[in-house]
Design a binder for this molecule. Sequence first.
Ligand code: MCN
Length: 769
Amino acid sequence: MTTSTTTSVPGTGGDRSRPAVGDPRTRHEDDGLLRGATAFTGDLEVPGMRYVSLVRSRTAHGRIRAVDTAAARALPGVVAVLTATDLNLPKLAASPATLPMDPRLHRPLLVGDRVRFVGETIAVVVATSASTARAGAARVEVDVEELEAVASAEDALAPGSPRLFEDFDGNVCLETLLETGDPDIAGPVEVAVRVEQPRMGVMPMEPAAVLVVLDADGGLDVIASTQMPHRSRLMISALLGIPLDRLRVRCPAVGGGFGGKTPFDADYLLVIAVARHLGVPLRWTQTRHENLLTMQGRGYAFDVRLVAEEDGKVLGLRVEALGDAGAYPGVGVSPIHTARGLLTGTYDIPNLRARIRCVMTNTAPTGALRGAGRPEGIHVIERAMDELAARLGMDPAEVRRRNFVVPGQFPYTNAGGETYDSGDYHRALETALSAADYTALRREQAAQDPAGRSILGIGISSYVEVSASPKIGLAAEGARVILGSSGDIELRVGTSAHGQGHWTMYSQIASAVLGIAPERFTLAPADTDLTSFGQGTGGSRSAQIGGSAVHLASVHLLQQAHALIAEQVTCGTDEIRLVDGEFIAGGSRYDWSQVAALAEHTGLAGEHHFDQGAGTAPYGCHIAIVEIDTGTGKVRIRRFLAVDDCGTVINPLIVNGQVHGGIGTGIAEALFEQITFDPGGLPTTASLAEYLMPSAADLPSIAVMHTVTPTPLNPLGAKGVGESGATGSLAAVHNAVIDALRAVGAGQVSIPATPERVWRALHAREAGR
Ligand code: MCN
């Protein structure tokens, strides 16, 4: 691949009247999705395929005495029932994105002796149909001697708490300390706030799924619902000892990932190992119940102290953070460290201490969830800024204004070690305030009857995040742009879309350079046989990193086309013009199919491997305006305004959809969703009857606005947007609820601010009167 760097801005592909980049095109992807014509892993079948159902622990902590598989084996249609003693399986180390973990804490793919959470896999049932496999799994009897369980991070820290690993001292699996500047700095004002982020389900529309097909020569073709096929392939190879050249991982359509499908989960690897062991193709699709049991994120708590001057200037920040990693520390210990890098948010706070401890509990291992550290960090600082404003009797917007990192400071490295490439936080705040008519809202709030049926709250969140971070290997990507004989183009990129509209977005980027209509591009499916390298999709990286690779590969293709034509008509390449997708050289004209004909024997493809070397920092300001029914405690969002800056917007329609979806996540987290366990570690939210997701009717209409601060770090000027909505909105909604309660003299609520919690806060105020 070429490695040249160019700083050219997106072209317009000649003189076409509608530049492709910036066009709010509807998505190519949607036709198949809306007609139900698009295939997902669970739709695929191969001859001789067998179906898998997994037997899971119903006990949070215990010693397995016996597993009786006789009844399951006797069921007609059951092909095999396997337990840990039947298979010699390796343990799963933490994923590549995770901090190094003590080998004693590695996770068994199939547990044989000691279960550590409800949902842990104990046996595999293989059958001729999915329903038979499930019926077989229900017949497996597991005899477990129960052990005392620990279900919360605080309890896991307590002296004398049950230990998850006998040969490991205590339950703390990771402890880190970051100190910058003068972390003990004192000031006249000090506010303390506790910020909790309970566990949430990741809840992709399509739960986990994998189909394993064996080649005649012993190779494996793994078709999976994953965000990262190349990383998954590396993981399978390393764990199961399969040479890379015998392994192919590919994705059909993927029905959402939201961070839950970033690396391969233990169950995927188990199914692959079993397919290999039995020598038959296997398909496993997770049920919603299993998904709720095992695909979870967050579970962090932060004790925060903010030190400031009387005029609101913040001097320092001290944070003690506790993360619940679940039974086996894995991906879930990573986001809390990403959060650390964003604890100072959009503010110039030079002095920081952040101590993070992650502990193990008898609950499902946690993973990533949309934002993966960014909503967490911003939630912390934005709650603290509101508390500071309240303490000083200052408007929350004013406290923010007095502390922002300002345009002259970029690139700005914050006290958490993250660098922000560019931004204008004042502009985002003022744009949002003015769109919300903030002064009028505050006037309305001041005039309201505190004993009335409805109370008003206004929440601000000035957020920044870091997308495409090289710290987790997301800042480089390759692309290949291949000219077909008809003048159509095939794009191959190492990213892996799962709902983001990459086909449309990449087509627009390449179209802008090549002058070919976006409809004439195809995007190859994510497939390790089609791309030699790729980091997949996560960390809001695809538009900026994959998009820049596509842009530069398109430039490379264009250069080759110029060279061919120049040779043909004997002119200089600078004498060739590209107008409306046609090359004009002297009196000759060539369209792309004629260029393809000129390259008939060699073919023509542009390639580029783009390494940004750093992340970019999208930012914005979200304002939530809520009304609380004081009779029921129900929070209604009256309006939500989002000003987001993701640099150059490639497709405004998709960007707005991404922002809407992200805000949906933030609202769900602030008001509705929470995974809970009883004190013995039994899940109490393992079905959609108990786990409350908001419906469309619960979500407000959202006004999305943009400011555009192109990043200097890539040729498109684009930053990420896939996690921005989630990052800004959580704190905005939480701050709005607390603002409403504070305005009437009531205390705080933690998230999710359910009607019961809000009602209790209001009621406590009344009781105290
Ligand atoms: N885009 C744009 N201009 C920009 C940035 C982005 O037009 N400057 C558009 C592009 O069309 C791109 C989309 O927005 O396809 C998202 O781009 P980007 O921010 O680069 O994010 P990724 O494509 O890398 O997607 C990852 C991100 C993450 S980390 C999560 S989690 C998430 C999200 O995307 N999960 C999603 N959005 C999701 N959307 C859907 N439908 N399903 C998920 O699982």
